[in-house]
Ligand binder design. Sequence first.
Ligand SMILES: Nc1ncnc2c1ncn2[C@@H]1O[C@H](COP(=O)(O)OS(=O)(=O)O)[C@@H](OP(=O)(O)O)[C@H]1O
Length: 314
Amino acid sequence: MHFLLTEEEPRYQHQRWVPDIPGQRQVHRQTVRHGRKGQETSLNGPLGRTPVIPEPGSRGSEMVLRARPGLVPVSARPVRPVGFGARPGEGFEQQPDAPLGSHWRHGGVRSLMPRTLDGQITMEKTPSYFVTREAPGRIHGMSPDTKLIVVVRNPVTRAISDYTQTLSKTPGLPSFRALAFRHGLGPVDTAWSAVRIGLYAQHLDNWLRFFPLSRFLFVSGERLVSDPAGELGRVQDFLGLRRVVTDKHFYFNATKGFPCLKKAQGSGRPRCLGKSKGRPHPRVHAAVVQRLRDFYRPFNRKFYQMTGQDFGWD
Ligand SMILES: Nc1ncnc2c1ncn2[C@@H]1O[C@H](COP(=O)(O)OS(=O)(=O)O)[C@@H](OP(=O)(O)O)[C@H]1O
């Protein structure tokens, strides 16, 4: 699942910009939509609109968004804005009283956003925001106009994907089954983050205390793979962008088993996500999968009701 946050009319003051990368400015000029062509925002001037993505499962959407001119991923910067989701604990999820949290007290997180031209969109995606209790209030405090994009996939597949990622970094990790259940095949262990993150309805509840549903777009992680152009069409509409990215931009890479970009923005070369994205999952016993499916069903249904979308996981 991913999460993307967009600011429509930022009212930033006292900006502290990060430097441009060579060649970036030309890209910027091509991508200005609303502002005067080539006009750069001044220190106290308006900023481009700013989206952020939190999620569990975000690279897929990031790649797709990279195809779209006018979106400036924060990670494209040579200096990642410290404190804006650069590393766990540095963004909206950080405790205000933590040593690195001083930017919250001084209203500095907004000053850490990258330099953007008038009318441009800067995106930020940090998986943990969606599941962090404090994040909605803080993001709302920064800008109540923020647009939020959440990419969700079947929580069972998501949990196995999460486990696969941890396993790749932690040899000797206990089995998926041992982590997902207490006492053998006892109750599902909701304290395990791979399980807890998939309780989308609960996390969304927390966000709806601060943002109305109309500020959200929910993207299906499954359709992002089966029909990337279709899902990205919805994203472009949601952001008020002309539909520039279409199915002409993608091809299905049979070796990878996933869609890839025919031409990545900036390089003009085909681009797939890295090796760690879309890699095989370890085999998980069918009974374990079924137990988890049963566990998530009521939460999924609640999520479908809350969002008005049936993601077809059950
Ligand atoms: N086009 C394309 N190519 C490759 N992978 C794709 C694509 N679209 C979506 N996905 C799915 O994205 C999953 C990886 O996302 P992550 O959440 O792990 O990314 S992130 O590290 O949090 O940014 C990754 O999960 P795994 O299959 O478990 O690796 C993919 O299923």
